[in-house]
Design a protein around this ligand. Structure first.
Ligand code: DX5
Ligand code: ZN
Length: 220
């Protein structure tokens, strides 16, 4: 599967050794570090904010792909970019003015993405396809790692692949949730080019991270 990138979600990392875990997956072949930011309001879980992002940013030079599951989102954009976010991805439901939020992310100096929950139609991203660097299709309901892949999202990935190709723009198509060596080939066949994976990367200890990432890329 050529040109597929893997973004390990640190949600499944050992948070007591977070900086080292990030360095280890980067050395093992990760393309991005995926940071899941949750506020206990937009999603039923709490994780980390810009303070932690800033603390671990020096662990690697690869891009930090920051998935914001928070509402409101606009007041925190500058802080996340200052902390080292390279890509900031937001959900349309997080605020009343998605287009404005995307402009604010770009003005702050980061790339921007739009994330679609399983019940959010592809159309929510199509209206801003000309503005974004990335579209994220959630293949689980956001909030927790280790959930089961929702196969109905494959049709949405296919529809978005067609729309991105038709647009002629270089928009990444990322899939997040339940991605493992069984589901990854289906996701890539449907048109995704960035795979987020938490539990499928951070299992088996440090020596397994390289093979785990390679397995998602179709290596073994
Ligand atoms: C869920 C997060 C995902 C999650 C993926 O809300 O956005 O990034 O951590 O975990 P796995 O790969 O274990 O499904
Ligand atoms: Zn995520």
């Amino acid at each position: 599967m050529p040109n597929v990138r893997v973004a390990p979600s640190i949600l499944s990392a050992d948070f007591a050794r977070l900086g080292q875990e990030i360095a280890d997956v980067a050395a093992a072949g990760a393309d991005f570090i995926h940071v899941d930011v949750m506020d206990g309001h937009f999603v039923p879980n709490l994780t980390v904010g810009p303070v932690v992002l800033k603390a671990v940013r020096a662990a690697t030079r690869i891009p930090f792909d920051v998935h914001l599951m928070i509402a409101p989102v606009d007041p925190y954009i500058d802080e996340f970019v200052a902390a080292g976010a390279d890509i900031l991805t937001v959900h349309p439901e997080a605020g009343p003015h998605l287009h404005r939020t995307l402009q604010r992310i770009k003005a702050a100096g980061a790339k921007c993405g739009v994330a679609l929950n399983p019940a959010t139609p592809a159309a929510a991203a199509l209206e801003v396809l000309g503005e974004v660097d990335l579209v994220l299709v959630m293949s689980v309901n956001p909030g927790f790692g280790g959930q089961t892949f929702i196969a109905s999202q494959l049709a949405k990935i296919e529809a978005l692949r067609r729309a991105i190709d038709a647009s002629g723009r270089a928009v990444m198509l990322e899939v997040d949730g339940g991605v493992n060596p069984d589901t990854a080939p289906k996701v890539v066949k449907a048109g995704a080019d960035v795979l987020v994976a938490g539990s499928a990367v951070f299992r088996g200890g440090k020596s397994a991270y390289g093979p785990n990432i390679a397995a998602l890329k179709g290596g073994k």
